[in-house]
Design a protein around this ligand. Structure first.
Ligand SMILES: NC(=O)C1=CN([C@@H]2O[C@H](COP(=O)(O)OP(=O)(O)OC[C@H]3O[C@@H](n4cnc5c(N)ncnc54)[C@H](O)[C@@H]3O)[C@@H](O)[C@H]2O)C=CC1
Ligand SMILES: CC(=O)C(=O)O
Ligand SMILES: [Mg+2]
Length: 602
């Protein structure tokens, strides 16, 4: 299997023999242990399965072929999504093996863009629960619920992905719309054992009236609880995670910006906590920008760009912070000088100081926005829209994480070029695809093929005429999924005390080094004058390569943790041992041989 090979190449040891305590129907209906027609004759006898399966023993490859055939009998992406969800409920190995084999084709089915629809229709598509649901209204049983799902069923948890679903992708408050897709990507791309991952839905109610009015809504029908009560509920959950799994990575996903930032700051020094929308998006975008600068003008640096970011929420703030940290990492540029290279634009236009600790359109400055609010002394007045900001600032990099579909108009992009930017770097990152700030083909058309473009959801290559010659431009997918699985695996591997900025930068640097455009330049050692041919050279690696790339990211991240004394692995693990450790730990979707043991796994 091609994609499985990508994973197995990084794995060191042969598969272990699993001691399993389940028999008969309970084995066949347990998605973690079920092998369906792949149970061998010996296993069928040992586990009481002989009469329960047709006689032929299939290989995993044959099962994958059959499942792929069934999948393809459905045409609509959402129907494929529900098919895959059901497959996951039946047989994990087959689910992961099928997707691993068709990674590029199926990631958009289980992840963005299709997952947005699956979450929006969660209550109508609901078949079987996935993950752990902790509801504000039932919080007195939280510890018991948590233990029932974890300690009593599993041996150890390496990774907890949690959400309160208030800012799901770009589609807002989805109440109880849990997504196990983020955790599935950790397995597919990061190689983390799915049995050691847990998705948690923190149901604190919803302000989405459509859901509250929906008689099939499966979540807690209550307005969203906020303030002290919310904080206490989240804290109770986090303390449980810390108590039972002190070494696990805790991943926050799709919290509203204010909570996202607050929770990250509150817990990141005490536990290996990671906010994907802030830090994951920041890291992948930093890598994409470094790669784009390498093409546009390799003698230039991230410090010599001017950045306009539309959307001052989690992603916008994460990108600004990550790029600023990378600029200051050289020690040559101060934090203030680096911050001065950013202009954040939100619903009410440019984010600038309006006095009393408040910023235009986004409220309180303290904490998350500190450093990125422009001074009113620069002469800003009223609502300063994106076009005016672009005309005034003359950015070289324009990023969209606003959910404002079409906000990068022809005028905006042309204003960038008119401002003297020959090779504009334009990343419309909003998900799902229909919320993109501009379509790649339009950006390339308006800039005569000069723009360097990356998007948050997958887009097909664009054919464009450059100097009279037709070229095909690959549109890089700048999605945090290209980096967070490796960051998480690196943190799990090193059993990091905290996930530090240095670990994240190590991962982003590794991703940038491995990006096709940069690899080509290093290979040819050719100076690029910004006029070079970059068709066929994507800014970021293709998703097909994501498992291999994320293995390298994980190694870089874990090495950094060991180097910095931030790892809790045994003291004798040296930086040079990390790669071998990683190979031992990578999980691959292949069947293990089973032996019956009444005290085994169940
Ligand atoms: N490519 C990737 O890896 C990622 C993409 N995203 C996407 O970025 C978008 C934002 O996500 P988050 O930052 O998590 O959400 P968020 O809700 O924290 O931030 C969105 C921000 O955009 C602002 N906004 C809304 N309409 C606007 C408009 N018309 N003009 C300017 N600003 C406007 C909001 O006021 C808010 O501050 C979503 O579409 C999400 O899917 C988010 C994380 C990762
Ligand atoms: C990719 C992601 O995390 C988002 O769109 O929210
Ligand atoms: Mg997200």
């Amino acid at each position: 299997m091609a994609a499985n090979r990508a994973l197995t190449e990084t794995r060191k040891h042969t598969l272990p023999i699993l001691r399993v305590a389940l028999r008969g129907e309970s084995l066949l209906t347990h998605p973690r242990f079920n092998k369906g027609t792949s149970f061998t004759h010996k296993e069928r006898k040992e586990f009481g399965l002989t009469g329960r399966l047709p006689s032929r023993v299939n290989t995993l490859d044959e099962q994958v072929t059959r499942a792929y055939e069934q999948l393809n009998s459905r045409t609509e992406p959402i129907r494929k999504n529900t098919f895959l969800q059901s497959l996951k409920d039946q047989n994990w190995i087959l689910y992961y093996a099928l997707i691993a084999r068709h990674l590029k084709e199926l990631v958009p089915i289980i992840y963005t863009p299709t997952q947005a629809q699956a979450i929006a229709e969660y209550s109508h598509l609901f078949r079987r629960s996935g993950g752990l649901y902790l509801t504000m209204g039932d919080q007195e049983t939280m510890e018991e619920d948590f233990l029932n799902q974890t300690v009593k069923e599993r041996n150890e948890i390496d990774l907890v992905v949690c959400t309160d679903a208030e800012a799901i992708l770009g589609i807002g408050d989805q109440g109880v719309g849990i997504s196990t897709a983020k955790s599935a990507m950790y397995t597919l791309i990061g190689g983390i054992d799915p049995a050691r991952c847990l998705s948690v839905m923190l149901d604190v109610g919803t302000d989405n009236q459509k859901l509250l009015n929906d008689e099939l809504y499966v979540g807690w029908k209550h307005s969203r609880v906020r303030g002290e009560e919310y904080d206490q509920f989240v804290d109770k959950f986090i303390q449980l995670v810390r108590k039972y799994y002190p070494h696990c990575v805790l991943h926050f996903e799709d919290f509203a910006a204010k909570n996202a930032y607050r929770l990250l700051m509150r817990y990141r020094k005490d536990h290996a906590v990671f906010n994907d929308d802030i830090q994951g998006t920041g890291a992948v975008t930093l890598a994409g920008i470094m790669s784009a600068i390498g093409i546009a003008n390799p003698s230039s640096t991230i410090a010599s760009q001017r950045y306009v970011i539309l959307g001052a929420g989690s992603a916008g703030l994460g990108i600004a912070t990550q790029v600023r940290d990378a600029i200051t990492a050289s020690g040559k540029v101060s934090k203030e000088e680096a911050s001065d290279k950013f202009w954040l634009v939100d619903r009410e236009g440019l984010v600038y100081d309006i006095g009393g600790g408040m910023a235009k359109g986004v409220g309180e400055v303290k904490g998350r926005l500190e450093g990125f609010v422009r001074s009113a002394k620069e002469g800003w007045e009223g609502n300063v829209g994106l076009l005016d900001v672009v005309k005034e600032v003359k950015p070289t990099v324009l990023i969209g994480c606003s959910t404002a579909a079409g906000a990068f108009t022809k005028e905006v992009i042309e204003a960038m070029v008119d401002g003297g930017c020959e090779r504009p770097i334009v990343f419309p990152l909003s998900n799902p695809s229909n919320l993109v700030e501009a379509k790649p083909e339009d950006i390339l058309k308006w800039t005569k093929g000069k723009a360097l473009v990356a998007t948050g959801s997958p887009f097909p290559p664009v054919k464009v005429k450059i100097d009279g010659e037709e070229k095909e431009i690959i549109i890089a997918e700048c999605n945090n999924a290209l980096i967070y699985p490796g960051l998480g695996f690196g943190a799990v591997l090193s059993q990091a005390k905290e996930i530090t900025d240095r670990m994240i930068v190590a991962g982003a640097n590794r991703l940038a080094e491995l990006s096709p455009a940069i690899r080509k330049q290093v290979a040819t050692s050719k100076a690029n004058d910004g006029e070079g041919d970059y068709s066929g050279q994507a800014l970021l690696p293709d998703f097909r390569e994501a498992p291999k790339i994320n293995f390298e990211i994980a190694v870089a991240v874990a090495e950094q943790a060991v180097r910095d004394g931030n790892s809790t692995m045994s003291k004798d693990v040296r930086v040079e041992d990390v790669r071998e450790r990683a190979k031992e730990k990578v999980w691959v979707p292949l069947y293990c041989e089973y032996e019956y043991d009444p005290n085994g796994l169940s």
